[in-house]
Structure formats: structure tokens, C-alpha cells
Ligand binder design. Structure first.
Ligand code: UDP
Length: 403
């Protein structure tokens, strides 16, 4: 039977896979634990769902643990998230107490595992206090920050800085995001798994079936944004851009999203989006279950152009997902989107709904250019944002940090 790793050879080549095996050699058998706060929904869960099996395949004893809490905990960490990405927020002490208590409760359960691990990777602020709560730790602890910390609201960063300063290292998606900390800082961009249900090739007919399933018109250009209903993803800006395009050209829009179990603001944003969409039959707001990976794959492939009009974005896996499928992406000129969308080559970077509308109209009118950008986008994703590159950087970091 071919190993999981062998299945990547036709995509990235045998040398890349051999290199990974070689790098993993000194780490074989090591106990590695990743901790985050949701098993599904959002980019972090998406990455952990393939990273752990991949590390196991390379001989590491890797595990994924999820912490959970009550409403006040998620309210607090959502405020952290908004504050760290620059929005002024209030952090009442009752919420901070819930944050700390939830971490204490989870530490009770996880302490033996975490203290015994050779490496612990803590993702984002939610589980960050676990470090202090595991005084008997023997391994290296790395804080993996997935969010844009370039202009944090000071009060929030001041609090969180104390929580994360004690880590042995931290990982950031972009140099611009990093804040000074008293330990080594590493840069590792996220990635997608080209063989997952979300990204693998689909069977003939599957993409066409998407039009039927969601009541879309196969003869109209399809503009899509796949995102949690979060203000930083700017769904209202997407609606605005779509309306500006529609004044000139027939087009349909899909806003596909679901919730992440650690995001309490989604319903409110969804209400605003529904209200703004009104009864336009060409706007399709699709609420998909968290495991609708193949459906999202089909929607991305069925799209003419993909949007990710975020105003802040840690990375934006949805951008690489679309690029890998040969789609030009019109993305907000912010954060990790700038790593992926090379303006005028793999897509367009925009700052306003007007800018997005202009670029959509340009691509719809210049189909050769659209196809060419899609091809460039796919090869850029292949060379930069696949699991194999991501894993290589993780292994290198572990080798550098292990002693
Ligand atoms: N996603 C999904 N269902 C949804 C919305 C998003 O499966 O309804 C996936 C999307 O395909 C991507 C991830 O969730 O893989 C979102 O990651 P991204 O980095 O774009 O944004 P985040 O949600 O982490 O801010």
C-alpha cells in the first residue's frame, strides 16, 4: 500500500518528500502536542486537521487537543481577537476571569500530557495561559500566532504580552505582524493540503452539480467569497462591490460561510448581511455545515472570480484555496492576502468596494487575462503554499529549538 506521503509525489516531486523524511529523522518518536480552541471552522482547525496526521506519518508522536469553555470565555477571546487586530475593545475583569478560569480548568485535564511533551504548540491567544499552568513542563513551548498583530489595541496586547512572553519561541505568518518578544521569532506562512476534500480534484460533473444544488445559473458569471461571517471579512463590502458590477453586467454572488464554534459574533453579522442583501435572487447566502469541504471545493471551482475582501486578515486560507483551483483572487490589500495575491499577476489587491468592482468588471471583460491570472495563481500556490513547504519549516524549527 502506498503511504500517505507517496500520494504527494505527483504534485510536488519525490525529492521534496524525501527531504521531509530526512528532516524528520532526528525527531522520530518525539511527543508533540498542538492546542487550539476549535475542532472545526476557521483556518487554524483546517490546518491542524492535516498537520497532525502528516507529522504522525513522518514518525512523530503528534496529537491535537482542543480547549473549551463557556460563553464568557469565547466573548473574551473574540474581544482579544478584535483588539489585537486593532479595534478598541473593553475587557471587563469578569471576562478576563472567565479566560483565566477556563484555562485553569483545561489545564487540569491536559497537564500530564502537556508537561510530558517534547514540543507544545499553542495556537492563538485562547489557550496561551496553559504555559504558566504547566510548571513541570519538560519540552519546548512555542506560541503560534495566526492573527495580524501589526497595530494592536494597546491595552489588549499589554495584557497578552505578559501571557506569551515566557514561551521558548513564537511563530508568525508575516514579519509585519510580529511584536517584540524576549524569545526567537519565526516566520512560517500557512498552507493548504492539495489532497484534502477541500482542495482535491473533483469528479467530472461534480462542479456542474454545484449550480443545481444551490440554485445558481450556469450561464451567469459567479463571484464567490467563502468566509465566516466576521466584520473583518467585510461581507457588506462584497455586497456593495457586487451591486456596483451588476449595474453594468449580469452576475451572481455567493457568500458562503458557516460558524466557528469559538466565534460568538457570527449570527449578528449574518443578520446584517441578510438585511443588506434584501431579496435579490442573484445573491446566494449559503450557510454550510462545518464539514462541507467538498461543497466549498465545488463552489470555488465553479466560480469565475473569487473575492476575499477582508480589511484585516491573518493569512486567508481561502485565497490559496481559490488560487490552487486556478482562480484569480480579488483580495483586500491587507495582512496575509498580500503574500498570496501578487497585484496584477495572481489577482488584484483592493482597498474599497469600488476598487473591487472595477477589477471584477475588468476581468469579466478580459477573459484571456482572467485565465492567465488563474494559471499564475495556481503555480504560485503550488510553489509557496502547500503543506509540504509548511511542514518542512515546522520540522526545521523543531530541530533548531529542541535543545
Ligand atoms: N471555511 C469553511 N466553511 C465556511 C467558511 C470557511 O470550511 O463556512 C473554511 C475555508 O475554506 C478555509 C477556512 O475555513 O479553509 C478559513 O480560513 P481563513 O484563513 O480564510 O480564515 P479564518 O476563518 O481562519 O479567519
Amino acid at each position: 500500500m502506498t503511504s500517505v506521503l507517496e500520494r504527494y509525489v505527483p504534485i510536488v516531486g519525490a525529492e521534496v518528500i524525501d527531504h521531509l523524511r530526512h528532516l524528520a529523522e532526528p525527531l522520530r518518536g518525539m511527543k508533540v502536542v498542538h492546542v487550539n480552541s476549535t475542532r472545526e471552522g476557521g483556518g487554524v482547525a483546517e490546518i491542524l486537521s492535516w498537520l497532525i496526521p502528516f507529522k504522525r506519518e513522518l514518525g512523530l508522536d503528534a496529537r491535537w487537543e482542543v480547549i473549551s469553555g463557556e460563553k464568557d470565555f469565547y466573548q473574551c477571546t473574540k474581544s482579544f481577537h478584535n483588539g489585537l487586530q486593532g479595534t478598541p475593545v473593553a475587557l471587563p475583569s469578569s471576562l478576563l476571569r472567565a479566560y483565566e478560569q477556563t484555562n485553569r480548568d483545561n489545564a487540569e485535564r491536559l497537564r500530564p500530557l502537556l508537561e510530558d511533551a517534547d514540543f507544545v504548540f499553542i495556537h492563538d491567544p485562547q489557550p496561551a495561559p496553559l504555559l504558566r499552568l504547566c510548571p513541570g513542563r519538560k519540552g519546548k513551548w512555542v506560541w503560534r500566532c495566526h492573527i495580524d498583530l501589526s497595530h494592536p489595541y494597546r491595552a489588549v496586547w499589554k495584557y497578552l504580552r505578559d501571557v506569551v512572553a515566557g514561551y521558548d519561541a513564537s511563530i508568525w505568518s508575516l514579519a509585519d505582524f510580529a511584536q517584540p518578544l524576549p524569545h526567537p521569532l519565526y516566520l512560517i506562512a500557512p498552507s493548504i493540503d492539495p489532497l484534502s476534500q477541500k482542495n482535491r480534484e473533483l469528479y467530472p460533473g461534480e462542479v456542474e452539480a454545484v449550480f443545481d444544488r444551490y440554485g445558481l445559473d450556469p450561464d451567469l458569471p459567479l463571484i464567490t467569497q467563502v468566509s465566516r461571517f466576521d466584520r473583518f471579512k467585510d461581507p457588506l463590502g462584497v455586497l456593495h462591490a457586487y451591486r456596483l458590477v451588476k449595474e453594468f453586467t449580469p452576475v451572481q454572488l455567493v457568500l458562503a460561510g458557516g460558524g466557528a464554534s469559538d466565534d460568538p459574533e457570527g449570527e449578528e453579522v449574518l443578520r446584517e448581511v441578510r438585511e443588506a442583501a434584501g431579496d435579490d435572487p442573484d445573491i446566494h447566502i449559503l450557510l454550510l455545515p462545518a464539514d462541507a469541504h467538498r461543497e466549498i471545493n465545488g463552489l470555488q471551482r465553479a466560480s469565475t472570480i473569487v473575492l476575499q475582501k477582508s480589511t484585516r486578515e491573518g493569512f486567508g486560507l481561502t485565497v490559496t484555496e481559490a488560487m490552487w483551483k486556478g482562480k484569480p483572487v480579488i483580495g483586500g490589500d491587507t495582512g496575509g492576502i498580500r503574500l498570496q495575491v501578487i497585484n496584477h499577476h495572481t489577482g488584484f489587491l483592493v482597498n474599497t468596494p469600488e476598487g473591487a468592482a472595477l477589477r471584477i468588471r475588468y476581468l469579466l471583460k478580459n477573459r484571456d487575462r482572467l485565465e492567465e491570472m488563474g494559471r499564475k495563481a495556481q503555480s504560485f500556490a503550488l510553489n509557496n503554499f502547500l503543506v509540504t513547504r509548511h511542514l518542512r519549516e515546522y520540522l526545521t524549527l523543531m530541530i533548531a529549538t529542541r535543545h
